[in-house]
Design a protein around this ligand. Structure first.
Ligand code: ZN
Length: 303
């Protein structure tokens, strides 16, 4: 078996190809994915789609200029297996969960399409900039063959930002999960304040980059014997220059904790707080991301 201790996992690596006006991100996740999935006990189909959403969140989140910024993906859907999926990224910390119908999943095909999974649904992509306090949200229909394809069409159509997205997950024989993702985007000359790409008739530079990037297989994305810088070399070694940025470490993280929950509940009026408690005098608050329940004794709050 491949020794994965020598392979860098749980990182996002940014790169640019200056002469082609392209920028990209590669992500490889392992331990953080195992930690997130271990808390939930999802069936493999659900694990896969959550892994893809987490990688997409990491790819997009790590492009935020504001390092404390947050990126949230939320898929809401009707008529499929999944009715809610959330994955978010904040300063390298990732978390996510899925709400699904086990009976519908049992009736779904072994390798369900995006439509079988979500039915009629939308993916909301929300960028929160902490420094400026700005929030920006884009909404994309969950259409196409995969989450990656839905994200591509969002960037291509809504943002006029031609993009290529690849997402892949594999399960090692010992049960560990490896996720790999790639995002490449064409930034027309003068990324900001100039004409967007749709005002131009053709963009051969992008066609070239896209054709090269397309040759990366889903197996290679999760092949831990192939380091990420080797992936870049394998794709773009004939380009004049590929600049890599400092790798961003990724980890599993959630903002829930007993102290924070206590401070929120403490702000409620005494009578409302009493209504929250069960017969045993305990107030329960669930964190869907962590699949854990916080229980606080009503009497531990000042009357
Ligand atoms: Zn939590």
């Amino acid at each position: 078996m491949t020794d994965i201790s020598a392979t860098r996992l749980d990182i996002a690596l940014g790169f640019t190809i200056p002469a082609r006006h392209a920028r990209g991100r590669l992500v490889r996740i392992g331990p953080l994915l195992d930690t997130i999935l271990a808390g939930h006990g999802y069936p493999p189909v659900i694990e896969r789609v959550l892994a893809e959403a987490l990688m997409l969140a990491a790819l997009l989140g790590s492009t935020l200029k504001d390092e404390a910024g947050q990126l949230t993906l939320q898929a809401q859907a009707e008529g499929g297996v999944i009715d809610l999926l959330v994955a978010d990224y904040k300063a390298g910390e990732m978390r996510g969960y899925v709400r699904f119908d086990a009976d519908r999943l049992a009736e779904a095909p072994v390798d369900p399409s995006l439509f079988a999974l979500f039915g009629k649904g939308y993916l909301a992509i929300t960028f929160d900039q902490m420094v400026s306090g700005e929030r920006y949200q884009g909404i994309v229909p969950l259409e196409g063959a995969s989450l990656a394809e839905a994200a591509e069409s969002y960037f291509g159509q809504s943002e006029q930002l031609p993009s290529l997205v690849k997402l892949s997950m594999r399960r090692l024989p010992d049960g560990r999960h490896i996720g790999g993702g790639m995002l490449i985007q064409h930034l027309p000359e003068g990324e900001e304040g100039r004409d967007r790409i749709h005002t131009r008739l053709d963009h051969p530079e992008w066609d070239h980059v896209r054709a090269l990037a397309q040759t990366l297989t889903l197996d290679e994305l999760t092949d831990i014997s192939l380091e990420m810088d080797r992936v870049l070399w394998r794709l773009f070694n004939e380009e004049d220059e590929v600049r890599t940025l400092a790798a961003v470490p990724l980890s599993r993280g959630c903002r829930c904790n007993a102290e924070h929950i206590r401070s929120v509940i403490a702000r409620f009026p005494t009578d409302e707080r009493a209504e929250m408690a069960d017969e045993a005098g305990e107030i329960h608050v669930d964190c869907a991301f962590c699949a854990i329940r916080f229980s606080l004794a009503l009497e531990s709050f000042a009357a």
